[in-house]
Design a protein around this ligand. Structure first.
Ligand code: UDP
Length: 347
């Protein structure tokens, strides 16, 4: 059985969907601080429709050792896929305490509970933000890790903890460093849903004449002056976690970048969204956003060599799926909640 922490969030929910689709039994743990109970409802409905196995949803914090311990005693968890975290770079600068507490203390609590309950495999959601300002491109897994914000620092600290626990306690891990995640699953079960939306594609999709899309900086040293990123589809990304689960059954720990190996500028993404929508989106060129490197592109050969994984979903399809999800999201926000939540298991 798989435990997915943060399974009510954007990437975690897509991982739950993929594990269910592949026939695995899934338990989700989420405290709904940024995740949404409506997403849990939708995953459950999806599992029912696919005759998949959504076993339980536990509404608890990963820092709650009693809830974790009850969960590990109740369910025979084979692997933890760990997404639960705060992940806004700007917020991490203004409120580092929240990030150190939730990301680091939370992950340590989870790791301790895993070891205490003999759960020995983890797939961890890390980030290319652990690399910091790039020294060469494309960025491989051996690139120096010098994060430039507290968010990246906390993710790097957790990577260190996982490696040290692995050496001492026989934990096995797959650490994934994500590049820029976009899109939604093709059934629009889930998608990006942040109370404060900072990401590029949803912000272009949400723009209208009352809410102009702000492009942060067109004076970078790039092909068209706007920042270049490696945009990877969330369903592709989710699939890598399911593959890592299988990989860890027979292989040793690994650290892998997840991206496409291709770079798109903000202007190129903007044009692709406009093309899909068949409309002009109101745009304002603004100042650079603090902390944005000009260019981030993944070297993806290790994912292919080690896991046999590579991205499949073309950019246009990611944009289409993201746009479909935006429509669904409007109805989801007004729908009644069905799921009951419980804080611990066996209450
Ligand atoms: N961006 C933008 N306007 C927005 C959101 C993002 O111009 O409303 C730019 C941002 O400056 C960066 C790129 O889009 O160059 C990707 O930003 P995002 O926040 O999606 O991901 P990040 O690279 O920060 O992880």
């Amino acid at each position: 059985m798989i435990l997915i922490t943060g399974g009510a969030g954007y990437i975690g929910s897509h991982s739950a969907i993929d594990f269910i689709q592949e026939g695995h039994e899934v338990v989700v743990l989420d405290n709904l601080s940024t995740g949404h109970i409506e997403i849990i409802d939708r995953i459950k409905a999806f599992a029912k429709q696919k005759k998949g196995k959504f076993v339980d949803f536990v509404n608890a914090n990963i820092k709650d050792v009693n809830a974790l311990s009850a969960l590990f005693k109740m369910y025979k968890i084979d692997t933890v896929v760990h997404f639960a975290a705060n992940s806004l770079v700007n917020e991490s600068v203004s409120n580092p305490r929240k990030y150190y507490e939730n990301n680091i203390l939370g992950s340590i609590s989870l790791l301790n509970s895993m070891i205490d309950n003999d759960v020995k495999k983890i797939v961890f959601s890390s980030t290319c933000a652990t690399y910091g300002e790039p020294e060469y491109m494309p960025i491989d897994e051996k690139h120096p890790q010098r994060p430039v914000n507290p968010y990246g620092n906390t993710k790097l600290a957790i990577e260190f903890a996982i490696k040290d626990y692995a050496a001492a306690y026989g934990l096995k891990y797959a650490i994934f460093r994500y590049f820029n995640v976009i899109g939604a699953d093709e059934d629009a079960v889930s998608g990006e849903w942040h109370d404060i939306e900072t990401h590029l594609v949803p912000n272009i999709l949400k723009a209208d004449k009352n809410k102009v899309f702000k492009l942060f900086g067109d004076d970078y040293d790039t092909k068209d002056g706007t920042c270049v990123r490696d945009y990877i589809d969330v369903a592709d990304l989710a699939r890598a976690h399911t593959m890592a689960y299988k990989y860890l059954l027979e292989n040793e720990s690994t650290i892998i970048n997840l991206g496409t190996g291709e770079g798109q500028s903000v202007k190129e993404i903007f044009a692709a969204v406009e093309k899909y929508l068949e409309t002009n989106v109101p745009l304002k060129i603004c100042q650079r956003r603090a902390g944005d490197p000009a260019k981030l592109i993944a070297k993806t050969t290790k994912a292919a060599d080690v896991l046999g994984w590579s991205s499949r979903v073309p950019l246009e399809l990611s944009i289409k799926n993201a746009a479909e999800w935006e429509k669904v999201l409007k109805t989801v926000k007004n729908s009644p909640v069905v799921s009951k939540t419980h804080k611990g298991v066996g209450e």
